[in-house]
Write a protein that binds this ligand. Structure first.
Ligand code: SAJ
Length: 426
């Protein structure tokens, strides 16, 4: 059997390596020539060390990065589906392009699997017609189905090997072809959805549920503050109930999945009201974090704040939609990505940003010592292990002020308080 994986981002590369390390000949194709060149030099450029060496093993054995798509028994599409803000939905340009690329090399008897996160109806309504533009008939000549990736960034390799899989095929033969493809590679179960549209819906339902649940935890954080209650201990107590499992509050919801995917369910009917409110609750959290800071130091005017952690969550390098970065922008002077600076209405102070994991060269990151040197306050924006291990005495000796805001619950509050810090949490 031969496989061609289309799109060598984090998921495509991990998926291609999974098959290659199991002994299958895999071609990895990406439209970005730099990605292929880098991989041919043996550099996967991923931030999880275990995954990196797993990909390197694949590159040294059965994974061949290629500037051209190759004919193969199986085509797996793992291209991005960015949020199209203008139309409040998914930008399916890459999926359509990948479909056309596959169509050019498709043969009778081949199988095509879409893994990208897409609005319900994409596999049958958009991909299938593109694939069947030649003589080939979907179902009759070509197996087609949708099986979403569900791995958690930060734990990619483990989840790739152990997560359950959902498979939705256009017919029974497609389902069984796709099932037999993934079955040997995961210790999880393979669940069959009624059709590809159901499988697409399920993936979105999972991420939308998490987004809503986090919004609930954030709502509790705001309410608990009014009562002077420690929300994390309240949630932990509430979770002793056998049917209650509340998530953790934080400075907001980042990444390229949870803040985006609920929009893919939008059908214009107004039924997404709950999802929309959840997104609003989560997106207001960075402002709340700044309010916590203002409560502690009165005015931000002429103050220097160090934001430590600007990736979208702890122990990852990805900064997309990062709450920490949003906090830094709201505070004022950070020149970061291509989005316009936000006019948050806060008194302008000055901000330094430090992150031991972020790799985005557009960010003006500084070393920890520089970030905290003379700072009036520190805000933790991501719960990296490096921050849990910080020595408060050392940080105190460099800072001008004693205020720490920790909405990600990364430091030992008692230890830092003992060192004279005024620690504010959610
Ligand atoms: N967060 C909280 N509180 C929590 C959990 C998370 O505030 O209790 C925040 C995080 O700090 C982060 C954001 O939510 O800013 C998203 O992080 P996450 O760890 O919840 O999820 P992602 O975006 O890294 O990965 C999600 C996962 N989806 C689910 O758990 C349902 C992953 O399994 C998916 O594969 C991934 O989206 C994806 O690619 O769709």
């Amino acid at each position: 059997m031969s496989i061609c994986v289309h799109g060598l981002g984090y998921i495509g590369l991990a998926t291609a390596s999974l098959f290659a390390n199991a002994g299958t000949d895999v071609t990895g194709f990406d439209v970005d020539e730099c990605v292929i060149d880098r991989l041919n030099e043996g550099d996967p450029n991923v931030s999880e060390p275990e995954l990196e060496s797993y990909i390197q093993d694949a590159l040294e054995s059965n994974l061949t990065p290629s500037h051209r798509p190759q004919p193969a028994d199986v085509h797996i599409i793992c291209v991005p589906t960015p949020y199209d803000e203008l139309n409040d939905g998914a930008d399916l340009t890459y999926v359509k392009d990948a479909g056309r690329t596959v169509a050019n090399v498709l043969r009778s008897g081949d199988t095509v699997v879409l893994e990208s996160t897409v609005p319900p109806g994409t596999t049958t309504g958009i991909l299938a017609p593109i694939l069947s533009q030649g003589d080939l008939e979907i179902g009759e000549d070509v197996h087609l189905g949708y099986t979403p990736e569900t791995v958690m960034p930060g734990n990619t390799l483990t989840e790739l090997r152990t997560n359950d899989r959902i498979v939705g095929g256009v017919d029974e033969a497609s389902v069984s072809a796709i099932k037999s493809l993934y079955e040997p590679l995961t210790s999880g179960e393979i669940h069959v959805a009624a059709d590809p549209t159901t499988a697409e819906f399920v993936k979105l339902a999972q991420n939308a549920e998490r987004n809503v649940s986090i919004a609930y935890a954030n709502t509790l954080a705001l309410l608990a503050e009014n009562y002077g209650i420690d929300v994390r201990s309240a949630i932990s107590l509430a979770n002793n109930h056998p049917r209650v499992d509340i998530l953790s509050p934080g400075p907001g919801v980042g990444g390229h999945c949870l803040p985006v995917d609920p929009h893919f369910l939008s059908d214009g009917s107004g039924a997404t009201e709950l999802l929309d409110i959840a997104s609003q609750v989560n997106s207001r959290m960075p402002e709340h974090v700044i309010r916590l800071l203002e409560d502690a130091i009165d005015s931000l005017e002429d103050k220097t704040v160090a934001v430590l952690g600007i990736t979208y969550k702890g122990n990852v390098s990805d900064t997309r939609n990062s709450p920490g970065l949003e906090i830094a922008k709201l505070l004022g002077t950070v020149t970061v990505d291509t989005r316009p600076a936000m006019d948050g209405g806060w008194d302008e102070g000055s901000v330094t940003i430090h992150d031991p994991r972020a790799t985005d060269s557009r960010l003006q990151l500084v070393p920890l010592d520089v970030a905290v040197d003379g700072a009036d306050a520190v805000i933790f924006g991501a719960a990296h292990d490096e921050f849990a291990a910080l020595d408060p005495e050392d940080i105190r000796s460099k800072m001008a002020g004693r205020t720490v805001v920790d909405p990600v619950d990364v430091i030992d509050t008692a230890q830092w308080t003992e060192q004279g810090f005024d620690v504010r949490t959610l």
